[in-house]
Design a protein. Structure first.
Length: 125
């Protein structure tokens, strides 16, 4: 039986990522306005808009995956959960490198740590 703590950590991660994805998607209009006011070449302007929504979609999709794993823990091993923790963790690292200490990076770092902790609990169960 998988630990209740592991399931709670995954559920908390799902909630954080769902919040982050929703906030990111809601900020799309501001991103589009900033792109329109810039002198970016058309290709890069369109790419930035696409990448903005891709990031929101990734956050919401991971939220769904972690929510399902919290509800049905037998669907993935601790190793798989640990590998999934790399997505928010690596994204946080890239944000810190390119943007510095911003709130989205903190949110992703906490999420990655929660998921990785859930993976360790599963591996030791």
């Amino acid at each position: 039986m998988h630990s209740l703590l592991s399931r709670l950590l995954l559920a908390a991660s799902a909630a954080l990522l769902l919040f982050g994805g929703a906030v990111h998607a809601l900020a799309y209009k501001k991103a589009v306005a900033a792109v329109a006011a810039s002198n970016l070449a058309a290709f890069y302007a369109q790419a930035l808009k696409g990448l903005w929504l891709i990031d929101s979609t990734t956050l919401v999709t991971l939220a769904c995956v972690f929510g399902v794993l919290a509800a049905r823990p037998t669907l993935a091993s601790g190793t798989v959960v640990g590998l999934l923790a790399l997505v928010p963790g690596a994204t946080a690292a890239l944000l810190y490198y390119f943007m510095g200490p911003v709130a989205p990076a903190h949110l992703l770092l906490v999420t990655g740590a929660l998921v990785f902790s859930a993976a360790l609990i599963r591996a030791n169960a």
